[in-house]
Design a protein. Sequence first.
Length: 292
Amino acid sequence: MIVTRRDGALHLIEQVEHGRIAGELAAAWGNDRFETPTPRSPVRTAAARHDEGWRAWDARVLFHELDRRPLHFLEIDATEHVRLYRQGVERVALGDVYVGVLVGMHWTGLYRGRWSAPGARGRLDLGAEGRAAQDTAVDAEERRWIEAKRLAWTDAEPRAAFETRLWHNYELLQLWDLLSLYLCVMPAQPAAEPGPARPWGPQLAALEHPAEDVLLPPVRRHPFGPVERITVGVRRPGVLWLDPYPFDRPDVTVDVVSAVVPDRAYDHAGLAARVGRTPPTVTTWRLAPWRR
Protein backbone atom coordinates (compact mmCIF):
# COMPACT_ATOMS: atom_id res chain seq x y z
CA MET A 1 0.00 0.00 0.00
CA ILE A 2 1.21 3.50 -0.86
CA VAL A 3 0.36 5.73 2.10
CA THR A 4 0.28 9.53 1.92
CA ARG A 5 -0.71 11.89 4.73
CA ARG A 6 -2.47 15.04 3.50
CA ASP A 7 -5.18 17.43 4.75
CA GLY A 8 -6.00 15.41 7.87
CA ALA A 9 -6.45 12.16 5.96
CA LEU A 10 -4.50 9.12 4.86
CA HIS A 11 -4.60 8.49 1.11
CA LEU A 12 -4.15 4.77 0.38
CA ILE A 13 -3.31 3.43 -3.07
CA GLU A 14 -2.85 -0.26 -3.77
CA GLN A 15 0.31 -1.30 -5.58
CA VAL A 16 -1.67 -2.95 -8.38
CA GLU A 17 -3.45 0.39 -8.96
CA HIS A 18 -0.05 2.06 -9.14
CA GLY A 19 0.92 -0.65 -11.65
CA ARG A 20 -2.19 0.00 -13.74
CA ILE A 21 -1.14 3.66 -13.98
CA ALA A 22 2.38 2.65 -15.05
CA GLY A 23 0.81 0.50 -17.77
CA GLU A 24 -1.14 3.50 -19.07
CA LEU A 25 2.06 5.54 -19.18
CA ALA A 26 3.76 2.74 -21.10
CA ALA A 27 0.88 2.55 -23.59
CA ALA A 28 1.13 6.30 -24.32
CA TRP A 29 4.95 6.42 -24.55
CA GLY A 30 6.56 7.38 -27.83
CA ASN A 31 6.74 10.30 -30.28
CA ASP A 32 9.20 11.89 -32.68
CA ARG A 33 11.77 12.18 -29.89
CA PHE A 34 11.19 8.96 -27.92
CA GLU A 35 10.85 5.58 -29.64
CA THR A 36 7.82 3.41 -28.92
CA PRO A 37 8.93 0.35 -26.89
CA THR A 38 9.43 -2.98 -28.64
CA PRO A 39 7.90 -5.54 -28.15
CA ARG A 40 5.06 -3.18 -27.28
CA SER A 41 2.43 -5.47 -25.75
CA PRO A 42 4.75 -7.42 -23.38
CA VAL A 43 6.44 -4.21 -22.24
CA ARG A 44 3.10 -2.59 -21.45
CA THR A 45 1.99 -5.72 -19.60
CA ALA A 46 5.21 -5.74 -17.57
CA ALA A 47 4.63 -2.10 -16.61
CA ALA A 48 1.04 -2.79 -15.58
CA ARG A 49 1.92 -5.90 -13.57
CA HIS A 50 5.38 -5.07 -12.21
CA ASP A 51 3.99 -5.05 -8.64
CA GLU A 52 1.65 -8.03 -9.10
CA GLY A 53 3.06 -9.73 -6.00
CA TRP A 54 1.53 -7.05 -3.76
CA ARG A 55 -2.06 -7.96 -4.71
CA ALA A 56 -2.79 -10.36 -1.84
CA TRP A 57 -0.78 -8.35 0.70
CA ASP A 58 -2.60 -5.08 -0.04
CA ALA A 59 -5.94 -6.87 0.19
CA ARG A 60 -5.03 -7.68 3.80
CA VAL A 61 -4.21 -4.00 4.55
CA LEU A 62 -0.82 -4.47 6.22
CA PHE A 63 -0.60 -2.68 9.57
CA HIS A 64 2.03 -0.54 11.30
CA GLU A 65 1.71 -1.73 14.90
CA LEU A 66 3.64 1.14 16.51
CA ASP A 67 1.97 4.01 14.64
CA ARG A 68 -1.43 2.23 14.40
CA ARG A 69 -1.94 3.04 10.74
CA PRO A 70 -1.58 1.30 7.36
CA LEU A 71 1.93 0.08 6.60
CA HIS A 72 3.65 2.14 3.89
CA PHE A 73 5.13 -0.02 1.14
CA LEU A 74 8.73 0.89 2.00
CA GLU A 75 8.21 -0.21 5.62
CA ILE A 76 7.60 -3.90 4.90
CA ASP A 77 9.94 -6.54 6.30
CA ALA A 78 12.71 -7.40 3.81
CA THR A 79 12.13 -11.16 3.86
CA GLU A 80 8.38 -10.65 3.38
CA HIS A 81 9.18 -8.34 0.46
CA VAL A 82 11.23 -11.10 -1.18
CA ARG A 83 8.41 -13.59 -0.75
CA LEU A 84 5.65 -11.45 -2.22
CA TYR A 85 7.71 -10.34 -5.22
CA ARG A 86 8.79 -13.90 -5.98
CA GLN A 87 5.15 -14.94 -6.12
CA GLY A 88 4.34 -12.02 -8.41
CA VAL A 89 7.18 -12.82 -10.82
CA GLU A 90 6.17 -16.48 -10.95
CA ARG A 91 2.58 -15.49 -11.72
CA VAL A 92 3.35 -13.12 -14.60
CA ALA A 93 6.03 -15.41 -16.06
CA LEU A 94 3.41 -18.13 -16.55
CA GLY A 95 1.62 -15.85 -18.99
CA ASP A 96 4.59 -14.45 -20.94
CA VAL A 97 8.27 -15.26 -20.59
CA TYR A 98 9.42 -11.78 -21.69
CA VAL A 99 7.08 -10.11 -19.18
CA GLY A 100 8.43 -12.43 -16.49
CA VAL A 101 12.02 -11.43 -17.22
CA LEU A 102 11.24 -7.70 -17.13
CA VAL A 103 9.28 -7.97 -13.88
CA GLY A 104 12.08 -10.07 -12.40
CA MET A 105 14.59 -7.41 -13.42
CA HIS A 106 12.45 -4.81 -11.68
CA TRP A 107 12.16 -6.93 -8.52
CA THR A 108 15.84 -7.72 -8.15
CA GLY A 109 16.81 -4.22 -9.24
CA LEU A 110 15.13 -2.94 -6.08
CA TYR A 111 17.89 -4.77 -4.16
CA ARG A 112 20.68 -3.61 -6.48
CA GLY A 113 20.14 0.13 -6.72
CA ARG A 114 18.03 -0.43 -9.86
CA TRP A 115 21.12 -2.04 -11.43
CA SER A 116 22.92 1.30 -11.37
CA ALA A 117 26.39 0.07 -10.36
CA PRO A 118 28.19 -3.08 -9.14
CA GLY A 119 27.56 -3.54 -5.45
CA ALA A 120 24.71 -1.02 -5.34
CA ARG A 121 22.05 -1.59 -2.70
CA GLY A 122 18.40 -0.61 -2.52
CA ARG A 123 16.47 1.22 0.18
CA LEU A 124 14.92 -2.04 1.42
CA ASP A 125 18.08 -3.09 3.24
CA LEU A 126 17.07 -4.13 6.75
CA GLY A 127 19.96 -5.85 8.48
CA ALA A 128 21.98 -8.98 7.81
CA GLU A 129 18.99 -11.31 7.53
CA GLY A 130 17.29 -9.05 5.04
CA ARG A 131 20.45 -8.64 2.98
CA ALA A 132 20.96 -12.42 2.89
CA ALA A 133 17.37 -12.96 1.70
CA GLN A 134 17.80 -10.33 -0.99
CA ASP A 135 21.14 -11.74 -2.17
CA THR A 136 19.71 -15.25 -2.42
CA ALA A 137 16.74 -13.95 -4.41
CA VAL A 138 18.95 -12.03 -6.83
CA ASP A 139 21.22 -15.03 -7.45
CA ALA A 140 18.29 -17.35 -8.12
CA GLU A 141 16.49 -14.88 -10.36
CA GLU A 142 19.59 -14.17 -12.47
CA ARG A 143 20.02 -17.92 -12.99
CA ARG A 144 16.37 -18.17 -14.06
CA TRP A 145 16.93 -15.49 -16.71
CA ILE A 146 19.39 -17.67 -18.62
CA GLU A 147 16.74 -20.06 -19.92
CA ALA A 148 13.95 -17.46 -19.90
CA LYS A 149 15.90 -15.13 -22.20
CA ARG A 150 16.72 -18.00 -24.54
CA LEU A 151 12.98 -18.60 -24.88
CA ALA A 152 12.18 -14.89 -25.31
CA TRP A 153 14.84 -14.21 -27.97
CA THR A 154 13.56 -14.54 -31.53
CA ASP A 155 15.11 -14.28 -34.98
CA ALA A 156 13.79 -10.70 -35.28
CA GLU A 157 17.18 -9.34 -34.20
CA PRO A 158 20.68 -10.48 -33.13
CA ARG A 159 21.22 -11.44 -29.51
CA ALA A 160 23.21 -8.27 -28.78
CA ALA A 161 20.35 -6.10 -30.02
CA PHE A 162 17.84 -8.19 -28.05
CA GLU A 163 19.83 -7.73 -24.82
CA THR A 164 20.29 -3.98 -25.40
CA ARG A 165 16.58 -3.55 -26.08
CA LEU A 166 15.67 -5.61 -23.00
CA TRP A 167 17.75 -3.40 -20.71
CA HIS A 168 16.34 -0.29 -22.39
CA ASN A 169 12.84 -1.58 -21.65
CA TYR A 170 13.90 -2.19 -18.05
CA GLU A 171 15.05 1.44 -17.79
CA LEU A 172 11.74 2.62 -19.24
CA LEU A 173 9.93 0.50 -16.66
CA GLN A 174 11.86 2.22 -13.87
CA LEU A 175 10.87 5.63 -15.22
CA TRP A 176 7.19 4.64 -15.53
CA ASP A 177 7.32 3.16 -12.03
CA LEU A 178 8.64 6.38 -10.50
CA LEU A 179 6.42 8.66 -12.58
CA SER A 180 3.39 6.63 -11.49
CA LEU A 181 4.48 6.94 -7.85
CA TYR A 182 4.81 10.71 -8.33
CA LEU A 183 1.22 10.84 -9.58
CA CYS A 184 0.11 8.72 -6.60
CA VAL A 185 1.63 10.85 -3.83
CA MET A 186 1.92 14.39 -5.17
CA PRO A 187 -0.68 17.02 -4.20
CA ALA A 188 -2.60 18.32 -7.19
CA GLN A 189 -2.00 21.94 -6.16
CA PRO A 190 1.29 23.51 -7.33
CA ALA A 191 3.84 24.97 -4.95
CA ALA A 192 3.85 28.76 -4.59
CA GLU A 193 7.57 28.91 -5.37
CA PRO A 194 8.91 25.66 -6.89
CA GLY A 195 12.56 25.07 -6.13
CA PRO A 196 15.20 23.38 -8.28
CA ALA A 197 14.31 19.90 -9.50
CA ARG A 198 15.72 17.05 -7.39
CA PRO A 199 16.14 13.40 -8.40
CA TRP A 200 12.92 11.58 -7.56
CA GLY A 201 12.93 8.41 -5.46
CA PRO A 202 14.44 8.90 -1.99
CA GLN A 203 11.50 11.15 -1.02
CA LEU A 204 9.13 8.17 -1.25
CA ALA A 205 10.07 6.97 2.25
CA ALA A 206 8.13 9.93 3.67
CA LEU A 207 4.38 10.00 4.21
CA GLU A 208 3.99 13.72 3.48
CA HIS A 209 4.90 15.27 0.14
CA PRO A 210 5.05 18.94 -0.76
CA ALA A 211 4.56 19.75 -4.43
CA GLU A 212 8.01 19.80 -6.01
CA ASP A 213 9.75 19.58 -9.35
CA VAL A 214 11.73 16.37 -9.78
CA LEU A 215 14.07 14.63 -12.19
CA LEU A 216 13.04 11.19 -13.38
CA PRO A 217 15.78 8.54 -13.86
CA PRO A 218 17.80 8.89 -17.06
CA VAL A 219 16.48 7.03 -20.08
CA ARG A 220 17.52 6.77 -23.71
CA ARG A 221 15.40 8.07 -26.57
CA HIS A 222 15.77 4.61 -28.12
CA PRO A 223 17.86 1.57 -27.15
CA PHE A 224 20.92 2.82 -29.01
CA GLY A 225 20.41 6.58 -28.60
CA PRO A 226 21.42 9.43 -26.30
CA VAL A 227 20.31 9.66 -22.68
CA GLU A 228 17.57 12.11 -21.64
CA ARG A 229 16.60 13.37 -18.19
CA ILE A 230 12.94 14.33 -17.92
CA THR A 231 11.84 17.03 -15.46
CA VAL A 232 8.29 16.90 -14.11
CA GLY A 233 6.36 19.34 -11.97
CA VAL A 234 2.91 20.66 -11.09
CA ARG A 235 2.39 24.11 -12.56
CA ARG A 236 -1.42 24.26 -12.59
CA PRO A 237 -3.93 22.36 -10.44
CA GLY A 238 -4.12 18.76 -11.64
CA VAL A 239 -1.71 19.36 -14.52
CA LEU A 240 1.68 17.67 -14.61
CA TRP A 241 4.14 19.22 -17.03
CA LEU A 242 7.06 17.26 -18.46
CA ASP A 243 10.21 18.48 -20.18
CA PRO A 244 11.05 16.95 -22.61
CA TYR A 245 7.63 15.48 -23.32
CA PRO A 246 7.69 11.73 -24.12
CA PHE A 247 4.09 10.80 -24.97
CA ASP A 248 2.26 10.22 -28.24
CA ARG A 249 -0.28 13.05 -27.86
CA PRO A 250 -0.15 16.53 -26.32
CA ASP A 251 -2.46 15.69 -23.40
CA VAL A 252 -2.56 12.35 -21.59
CA THR A 253 -5.18 11.92 -18.88
CA VAL A 254 -4.51 9.54 -15.98
CA ASP A 255 -6.90 8.66 -13.17
CA VAL A 256 -5.54 7.65 -9.75
CA VAL A 257 -7.91 5.62 -7.55
CA SER A 258 -7.40 5.79 -3.79
CA ALA A 259 -9.15 5.14 -0.49
CA VAL A 260 -9.15 8.19 1.78
CA VAL A 261 -9.60 7.55 5.50
CA PRO A 262 -9.27 9.84 8.55
CA ASP A 263 -5.73 10.22 9.85
CA ARG A 264 -6.12 8.73 13.33
CA ALA A 265 -5.00 5.73 15.34
CA TYR A 266 -6.60 2.38 14.38
CA ASP A 267 -6.51 -1.23 15.42
CA HIS A 268 -5.84 -3.64 12.56
CA ALA A 269 -9.36 -5.04 12.29
CA GLY A 270 -10.94 -1.58 12.51
CA LEU A 271 -8.63 -0.23 9.83
CA ALA A 272 -9.32 -3.11 7.45
CA ALA A 273 -13.07 -2.66 7.96
CA ARG A 274 -12.83 1.10 7.42
CA VAL A 275 -10.85 0.69 4.21
CA GLY A 276 -13.23 -1.99 2.99
CA ARG A 277 -16.30 0.25 3.27
CA THR A 278 -14.65 3.44 2.00
CA PRO A 279 -15.80 4.41 -1.51
CA PRO A 280 -12.99 5.07 -3.99
CA THR A 281 -11.71 8.58 -4.60
CA VAL A 282 -10.58 9.36 -8.15
CA THR A 283 -7.95 12.03 -8.82
CA THR A 284 -7.51 12.98 -12.47
CA TRP A 285 -4.18 14.24 -13.75
CA ARG A 286 -3.46 15.77 -17.12
CA LEU A 287 0.07 15.30 -18.48
CA ALA A 288 1.20 18.02 -20.85
CA PRO A 289 4.36 19.48 -22.48
CA TRP A 290 6.25 21.96 -20.31
CA ARG A 291 5.31 25.61 -20.71
CA ARG A 292 7.76 28.17 -19.42
